[in-house]
Every structure is written in C-alpha cells, then in structure tokens.
Design a protein around this ligand. Structure first.
Ligand SMILES: [Zn+2]
Ligand SMILES: [Zn+2]
Length: 251
C-alpha cells in the first residue's frame, strides 16, 4: 500500500468509526468500510448468469431439458436479427443487489464500486471459456461529453480498467466516441431506442481498431441497440472480431 492509499484507508476507517455506514440493502452497519455502501454479505448474493442462454445475445433461457441439452440455441429475437458482434454475454441479471450497486455506482458517484464489480466480471471471464484468448483490446461504451462532464466518470471505462489490468489488455478510451446526445433510454420502446442510438458513435482512431479482436464493455444490456451500434462502427473501422460483455442485463 502506498502512502496515498494508506491515508485514504485511515481516513475511511475514521469516518466509518465516527459515522458508521449502513448497508443500502440490508441496512446493517458495515463493519469495515471500503468506500461503498453495500456490505460484503449482500455483495456475495450477486449471482452470475449461467447456461442455458442464447448463444448470440446471451439472453437467459428457461432451463428446460431441451435448452439444457442444446447448446447452440438462439432466442426468438436473434432468429430474426443480425448483429455485428460474434456474441454478447452479461454477467448478472439487472435486479436486486446488482441493480442497487449499478445505481450507486452510476448515479450516486460510488466510484469505488468499480473494483468489486470489475473483479466479478473478471471472475466471470475466467469461468466462461468462450472469451479465452479472444480479445486484445477493450472498448468501453463511451458517454457523450456532456454526460461525462455531468457524471465526472464513465462507469464502463472504470470497469474496463479493472479487467484490462487483470488480463494485461489495453483499454481504448477515446478510440470510439459518442457524438450524438441521446435522451434517457429507460422508458423507451425497442424501436425508439434503436432509432435514437442510430449513428450515435464514431471511431476517432481507426488505426487502433484495424485487425483487433475487440471486447466491447457496457454496464447494462437492455435491447442490445447500444452495443450493436458500437460494434457496427468498429466493424466499419475493420476490427477483426467483436465480443460484448456487460455487467448486467434486463429481463
Ligand atoms: Zn448488506
Ligand atoms: Zn438472443
């Protein structure tokens, strides 16, 4: 531990001693503060998505015998749709503790959650051999500069750094940019989302993409419209292959 992190550590310890933090999920006091307001016990309840899921978009499927025995199953959407990425996977369901974590992380500035959440994504990648040796560049989904200024950080970049550090893979931060300001997507239909996000991204440094096996990273997969737009642009810049990983996925 260097001096700076030692000082941080002591400061947090003192703060936690004077103002004990309650876990935002179970409401019990957190014994050892790590700078975020979810206790270890609650954090451990986050479950990773396991098979069966759609081989293309990673959508969890009902574990019937048929789905359990057939590994090459597409969901109904993917039977019609064409994606520019090889496949997409999500680490967990956007629900319960994981949803709470993402809210605290994105909207309440608990930046330090990047570490345990990023670590969970690393565990997921280690468990899921579909990703093994298949990416040599991480591209976090960019925010528009106005949104970045408002939030002060890009959650996907912070997650990307944890993963990149672990696997010694570079993180391309300003390679892909979001040039179009899109309205808040939460209450929009699939069609509206797709229309909004159309041509929202552009590759600023195509020389850094050409021939690369890219891992696109995002926090939530909803309809897949955002990661698909990113993948499309990266393919135009002649990426070799594209995989997608998101921290969570709505169901
Ligand atoms: Zn708790
Ligand atoms: Zn699918």
């Amino acid at each position: 531990m260097n001096n700076q992190s030692m000082i941080e550590y002591i400061k947090e310890g003192l703060l936690n001693f004077v103002f004990p933090l309650d876990c935002k999920v179970c409401e019990k006091p957190i014994r050892e503060s790590k700078g975020y307001s979810i206790c270890e016990d609650c954090f451990k309840t986050i479950e990773l998505i396991e098979r069966p899921y759609c081989v293309k978009c990673g959508k969890p499927l009902i574990p019937t015998d048929f789905f359990k025995q057939n590994r090459e199953i597409l969901c109904l959407d993917c039977k019609i749709k064409k994606y520019s990425f090889e496949f997409s996977r999500s680490m967990g369901i956007y629900d319960k503790v994981l949803k709470k974590c993402i809210h605290l992380f994105k909207y309440y500035g608990e930046k330090k959650l990047a570490k345990p959440l990023g670590k969970l994504m690393v565990d997921y990648l280690l468990k899921n051999n579909e990703f093994e040796n298949k990416f040599d560049l991480i591209i976090p989904v960019p925010l528009h500069k106005n949104d970045l200024n408002k939030r002060g950080f890009n959650q996907s970049v912070l997650l990307g750094k944890v993963i990149g550090d672990y696997f010694s893979v570079p993180v391309g931060e300003s390679v892909l940019i979001k040039k179009k300001l899109t309205p808040f997507q939460v209450n929009l239909s699939r069609k509206e989302r797709e229309k909004n996000i159309l041509r929202a991204f552009s590759v600023e440094k195509p020389e850094e993409i050409k021939g690369k096996n890219v891992l696109i990273l995002d926090d939530v997969f909803t309809t897949g419209a955002t990661v698909e737009e990113c993948a499309k642009e990266l393919m135009k810049a002649r990426a070799k292959n594209i995989l997608v990983l998101t921290l969570s996925r709505t169901v």
